[in-house]
Design a protein around this ligand. Structure first.
Ligand code: AMP
Length: 297
């Protein structure tokens, strides 16, 4: 495994692959590091499906708001590299912020409409502008054939798929299921912020999604408010949780649904103590739920 820290070296390395074997395929897993089994599930899938696999680690400053956790975002590159070497990754790309956003950087990609301004977009203004911009940069530097994202960040998936379609980008998106702890909590680097009491309380988000899913199934064709209220009430049973939103949206456009039909996304953001968590369940077109995968104790 090689660790590449400059864009120049990465572009050179990538062009060598093309010159050597034009038929070999390249997979990419973009991350912000502090890796867990959610990330690794994408890495393992990418490893199986491609000749070459690149994992990027970059805590992207442009996707953090001024009052958010950029400075204290958890980092442990040494441990990340051990995990990625064990997963047989070819290249880990770890650019610096000044290389990605040099003096004079002026061009950003910004999703418009509900995708950019509602749900996460409403609570994190500018977040998806930062995400889309950095992902487009990674695509143009690394030129992957396929790139792996987690369903955990459902709005990010929708933003990136729209960007790929809108800009005719020659890359295919692969979406992996949300990997969860045994009690249902979605794995996240930010779970490291949770103290013991908050960690126990954090399972309420998954419980609320479960209640939302059952309510949805009992009221297909009905009013989404029934499902929303069921999720709101469930989160309210946990005193350590402060709900930001519980919604039923179209997973592609992110418009709020007016009736309970497939496809649909149940999506929740809540603060548990100081830690902000997001999670979702996806109802596919075919009427089947994707609720993620729970690891065993
Ligand atoms: P991050 O490092 O948080 O930017 O995440 C990097 C990628 O891993 C994103 O595509 C995430 O959606 C994905 N990811 C994060 N947590 C999980 C999880 N629990 N299960 C599956 N994928 C995840």
């Amino acid at each position: 495994m090689r660790v590449v820290t400059t864009i120049e070296e990465m572009v050179h390395e990538r062009s060598q692959w093309t010159q050597r074997t034009s038929s070999s395929t390249v997979g990419l897993v973009p991350t912000m590091g502090y890796l867990h089994e959610g990330h690794l599930s994408l890495v393992h899938q990418g490893r199986k499906e491609h000749d070459k696999l690149i994992v990027s680690i970059f805590v992207n400053p442009t996707q953090f708001g001024p009052t958010e956790d950029l400075e204290r975002y958890p980092r442990n590159v040494k441990r990340d590299l051990e995990m990625l070497a064990a997963a047989d990754v070819d290249i880990v790309f770890i650019p610096t912020a000044t290389a990605m956003y040099p003096h004079g950087f002026v061009t950003y990609v910004e999703p418009t409409g509900p995708l950019g301004t509602e749900a996460e977009g409403a609570y994190r203004p500018g977040h998806f502008r930062g995400v889309a911009t950095v992902v487009l940069k990674l695509f143009s530097i690394l030129q992957p054939d396929e790139t792996y994202f987690g369903q955990k960040d459902a709005q990010q998936v929708a933003v990136i798929s729209h960007m790929v379609a809108d800009f005719n980008l020659p890359v295919k998106l692969r979406i992996g299921p949300t990997i969860r702890e045994a009690d249902g909590l979605a794995m996240s680097s930010r779970n490291a912020y949770l103290n013991a009491d908050d960690r126990a309380a954090a399972a309420i988000v998954y419980k609320a999604l479960e209640v939302g899913r059952c309510t949805f199934d009992d009221h297909r064709g009905g009013d989404p408010q029934t499902v929303i209220q069921a999720m709101v009430h469930t989160v309210a049973t946990e005193p350590r949780a402060l709900l930001e939103y519980a919604e039923v949206r179209d997973p592609n456009s992110f418009l709020s649904l007016s009736t309970l039909r497939a496809p649909a996304l149940l999506t929740i953001a809540a603060k548990i103590g100081p830690t902000r968590l997001i999670d979702n369940f996806l109802l596919h077109d075919n009427g089947k739920w994707d609720t993620g995968i729970r690891v065993q104790n």
